[in-house]
Design a protein around this ligand. Sequence first.
Ligand SMILES: NC(=O)c1ccc[n+]([C@@H]2O[C@H](COP(=O)([O-])OP(=O)(O)OC[C@H]3O[C@@H](n4cnc5c(N)ncnc54)[C@H](O)[C@@H]3O)[C@@H](O)[C@H]2O)c1
Length: 448
Amino acid sequence: MTHLSPIQSSPSGSIQAELLEKLRSKQALIGIVGLGYVGLPLSLTYAEVGYRVLGLDIDQTKADAINQGSSYIQHIDGERVALAQRQQLLEATTDFSRVAESDALILCVPTPLNQYREPDLSYIRDTMAALLPYLRPGQVLSLESTTYPGTTEEELRPLIEQRGFTVGEDIFLVYSPEREDPGNARFNTANIPKVMGGSTAACGVVGVALYEQAISEVVAVSSTRAAEMTKLLENIHRAVNIGLMNELKPLADRMGIDLYEVIRAAATKPFGFVPYYPGPGLGGHCIPIDPFYLTWKAREFGMHTRFIELAGEINSAMPAYVIEKTMDALNDLGKPLKGSKVLVLGIAYKKNVDDMRESPSVEVMELLRAKGAEVHYSDPFFASFPPMRKHTFALRSVDLTQETLAAFDAVVLATDHDAFDYELIASHSQLLIDTRGRLTPGAQIVRA
Ligand SMILES: NC(=O)c1ccc[n+]([C@@H]2O[C@H](COP(=O)([O-])OP(=O)(O)OC[C@H]3O[C@@H](n4cnc5c(N)ncnc54)[C@H](O)[C@@H]3O)[C@@H](O)[C@H]2O)c1
């Protein structure tokens, strides 16, 4: 599906026409830069529709795994990588001189916040520095990393122009945000509509050709800025609405109302209501981080993003709320938190994934430990507590049995993986703190 004006005729029309032909006939070599949660599935999506894909990463272990036909991401089936290998459609390398072979370069590198909670574009800048010497006319470069509006025009375009290329004539520059939802059985890279904005109209035409063969629908917008803002809007919308639910959770609790029941009831309204659910806090690489990219950029325009800040405040206070509820529940049993044995169920940031980035469960574990509790965890996705930049727990996942559950003073359900045996957990925990509304509250089951 295309929404753009026809191909522009320009002196370099032949460069564009040649690239369009390669993309449309699937003769183009697609370079994917950054082979993480976004880049690996995107590489496979291109290979699965018949393109040859060259994956580029600075991490040799990822390149080696791909070249051996195996996956290093739990929810991505290794057989998909093996098949692409057998068909000789996928190769990975850390040798950036091979950038020149690629007709397309799609950047999927991290965009975290720095210690001052400001955008950290160092990965994008490092990647551009590695690519620049090997750029050549007739390539399309697409940035997929989540970022603030203006990044493509202010950071990428000048670098390309400084190399003497004309954007929209020699090199085609687009921004197209990734909408991956890891672990979602219904939606994957190939069937999630892809928003894309070009740096020029000619870039936009190439951008549509880049994505339309591999992805079911390309939604072209008028500029890279509009595409960048679209991604932030989507994630801000989630952060703010989850924040609203997290604000209502303690209130409903105090009023003796089951908020989950209320949300489910409201969701029966066929229009004008979208259900969001409270939890122990925000997690993942996107929702807790991306909104602050806009907050930062807004300052340049003398504006404050108050909803974003407020949602951030409420959401980041949720782990402390969980601790408060746990302490109260233990207190009712005559036990102090200090010295109590507490088991945290689920350390991934959301259910059914092996991703711990920004996981609120870890914040809960930190707070429990700081209060003197003896903390353990159980998570089918992590046999041992993985190394994290800010957190150290020398722990192994506890096997859930009648005996192990009963040995804890409190069990905190932080991430409700489907693989947990909820009957076993509910019937053998002395005290169960449910932060996800998964279980019916009862004598020893408390919502938090
Ligand atoms: N994970 C998601 O579900 C998701 C969803 C939507 C958008 N995003 C966005 O996509 C981007 C990538 O996220 P991700 O989750 O795939 O990150 P990730 O950390 O899983 O993967 C990033 C990869 O980039 C590689 N890398 C780092 N520096 C590099 C460089 N200079 N050159 C080449 N490779 C380099 C890393 O080794 C890693 O393999 C981020 O901007 C993120 O906000 C992620």
